[in-house]
Design a protein around this ligand. Structure first.
Ligand SMILES: [Cu+2]
Length: 140
Protein backbone atom coordinates (compact mmCIF):
# COMPACT_ATOMS: atom_id res chain seq x y z
CA UNK A 1 0.00 0.00 0.00
CA UNK A 2 2.78 2.38 0.96
CA UNK A 3 4.64 1.52 -2.23
CA UNK A 4 1.57 2.25 -4.28
CA UNK A 5 1.28 5.66 -2.67
CA UNK A 6 4.89 6.50 -3.51
CA UNK A 7 4.43 5.33 -7.10
CA UNK A 8 1.44 7.66 -7.45
CA UNK A 9 3.41 10.61 -6.13
CA UNK A 10 6.23 9.91 -8.56
CA UNK A 11 3.80 9.83 -11.45
CA UNK A 12 2.40 13.20 -10.42
CA UNK A 13 5.88 14.68 -10.03
CA UNK A 14 6.84 13.92 -13.64
CA UNK A 15 7.17 17.01 -15.81
CA UNK A 16 4.25 17.82 -18.10
CA UNK A 17 4.04 15.19 -20.80
CA UNK A 18 4.06 15.86 -24.49
CA UNK A 19 0.40 15.00 -25.01
CA UNK A 20 -1.19 18.31 -25.91
CA UNK A 21 -4.94 17.89 -25.63
CA UNK A 22 -7.72 20.43 -26.05
CA UNK A 23 -11.29 19.82 -24.96
CA UNK A 24 -14.15 22.10 -25.97
CA UNK A 25 -17.96 22.27 -25.89
CA UNK A 26 -18.28 19.85 -22.98
CA UNK A 27 -21.81 19.13 -21.78
CA UNK A 28 -23.85 16.38 -20.17
CA UNK A 29 -27.54 15.64 -20.51
CA UNK A 30 -29.79 16.46 -17.58
CA UNK A 31 -31.74 13.59 -16.04
CA UNK A 32 -35.03 13.15 -14.26
CA UNK A 33 -35.08 11.69 -10.73
CA UNK A 34 -34.59 7.93 -10.82
CA UNK A 35 -32.91 7.92 -14.21
CA UNK A 36 -29.75 5.83 -13.69
CA UNK A 37 -27.70 6.87 -16.72
CA UNK A 38 -26.83 9.86 -18.86
CA UNK A 39 -24.20 10.91 -21.37
CA UNK A 40 -21.40 13.45 -21.55
CA UNK A 41 -20.16 14.93 -24.80
CA UNK A 42 -17.26 17.11 -25.95
CA UNK A 43 -14.86 17.89 -28.77
CA UNK A 44 -11.35 16.63 -28.12
CA UNK A 45 -8.24 17.36 -30.14
CA UNK A 46 -4.75 15.95 -29.53
CA UNK A 47 -1.72 17.53 -31.20
CA UNK A 48 -0.02 14.16 -31.59
CA UNK A 49 -1.53 10.72 -32.21
CA UNK A 50 -3.09 9.67 -28.91
CA UNK A 51 -5.97 7.73 -27.48
CA UNK A 52 -8.53 8.31 -24.78
CA UNK A 53 -8.35 5.27 -22.55
CA UNK A 54 -10.27 6.10 -19.42
CA UNK A 55 -12.79 8.53 -18.00
CA UNK A 56 -13.74 9.00 -14.38
CA UNK A 57 -16.45 11.34 -13.13
CA UNK A 58 -17.29 12.98 -9.82
CA UNK A 59 -20.44 14.50 -8.40
CA UNK A 60 -23.51 12.32 -8.72
CA UNK A 61 -21.86 9.98 -11.21
CA UNK A 62 -20.77 6.54 -10.01
CA UNK A 63 -19.10 5.16 -13.14
CA UNK A 64 -18.08 6.61 -16.49
CA UNK A 65 -17.17 4.70 -19.64
CA UNK A 66 -16.33 5.62 -23.22
CA UNK A 67 -18.98 4.08 -25.48
CA UNK A 68 -19.59 3.89 -29.18
CA UNK A 69 -22.93 3.66 -30.97
CA UNK A 70 -23.07 1.26 -33.86
CA UNK A 71 -25.64 -0.12 -36.20
CA UNK A 72 -25.87 -3.82 -35.50
CA UNK A 73 -28.32 -5.87 -37.58
CA UNK A 74 -30.41 -2.77 -38.20
CA UNK A 75 -30.49 -1.73 -34.55
CA UNK A 76 -28.50 1.01 -32.86
CA UNK A 77 -26.56 -0.46 -30.00
CA UNK A 78 -23.72 0.77 -27.88
CA UNK A 79 -20.74 -0.83 -26.28
CA UNK A 80 -17.72 0.24 -24.26
CA UNK A 81 -14.51 0.92 -26.17
CA UNK A 82 -11.13 0.20 -24.60
CA UNK A 83 -9.52 3.16 -26.35
CA UNK A 84 -10.86 5.98 -28.49
CA UNK A 85 -8.27 6.93 -31.15
CA UNK A 86 -7.37 10.63 -31.30
CA UNK A 87 -5.53 11.20 -34.60
CA UNK A 88 -3.02 14.06 -34.53
CA UNK A 89 -4.63 17.45 -35.08
CA UNK A 90 -8.06 16.01 -35.80
CA UNK A 91 -11.01 16.99 -33.63
CA UNK A 92 -12.97 13.98 -32.43
CA UNK A 93 -16.53 14.83 -31.46
CA UNK A 94 -18.30 12.86 -28.77
CA UNK A 95 -22.03 13.25 -29.32
CA UNK A 96 -25.39 11.55 -28.92
CA UNK A 97 -25.57 8.73 -31.49
CA UNK A 98 -21.78 8.56 -31.77
CA UNK A 99 -18.91 8.16 -29.39
CA UNK A 100 -19.97 9.35 -25.96
CA UNK A 101 -19.06 9.14 -22.32
CA UNK A 102 -21.66 7.03 -20.56
CA UNK A 103 -22.43 8.30 -17.08
CA UNK A 104 -23.74 5.40 -15.02
CA UNK A 105 -24.77 4.45 -11.50
CA UNK A 106 -26.05 7.98 -10.92
CA UNK A 107 -26.52 8.71 -7.23
CA UNK A 108 -28.94 11.52 -7.97
CA UNK A 109 -30.26 13.56 -10.88
CA UNK A 110 -27.98 15.68 -13.05
CA UNK A 111 -29.63 19.08 -12.94
CA UNK A 112 -29.47 21.65 -15.70
CA UNK A 113 -26.80 24.26 -14.94
CA UNK A 114 -24.79 22.02 -12.62
CA UNK A 115 -21.28 20.92 -13.45
CA UNK A 116 -19.92 17.38 -13.46
CA UNK A 117 -16.15 17.00 -13.03
CA UNK A 118 -14.50 14.56 -15.45
CA UNK A 119 -10.95 13.27 -15.54
CA UNK A 120 -9.84 11.95 -18.92
CA UNK A 121 -6.82 9.70 -19.27
CA UNK A 122 -5.08 10.27 -22.60
CA UNK A 123 -2.21 8.07 -23.72
CA UNK A 124 0.41 8.76 -26.35
CA UNK A 125 3.74 7.11 -27.01
CA UNK A 126 3.40 4.83 -23.99
CA UNK A 127 2.82 7.76 -21.64
CA UNK A 128 -0.41 8.84 -20.11
CA UNK A 129 -1.74 12.17 -19.00
CA UNK A 130 -4.83 13.22 -17.13
CA UNK A 131 -7.04 16.01 -18.36
CA UNK A 132 -9.52 17.51 -15.92
CA UNK A 133 -12.61 19.36 -17.01
CA UNK A 134 -16.07 20.34 -15.88
CA UNK A 135 -18.99 19.49 -18.11
CA UNK A 136 -22.08 21.67 -17.91
CA UNK A 137 -25.38 19.86 -17.48
CA UNK A 138 -27.97 20.94 -20.03
CA UNK A 139 -31.69 20.26 -20.35
CA UNK A 140 -33.09 17.21 -22.12
CU1 LIG B 1 -23.48 4.49 -23.80
Amino acid sequence: MKQMFIATLCALALPALAVDVTVANAWARATVPGQPVSGAYFDITAKTDAKLTKVTAGGNVGTAEVHEMKMDKGMMSMRPVAALPLPAGKTVTLQPNGYHVMLMDLKGPLKSGEKVPLVLTVEAGGKSQQVKLDVVVKGQ
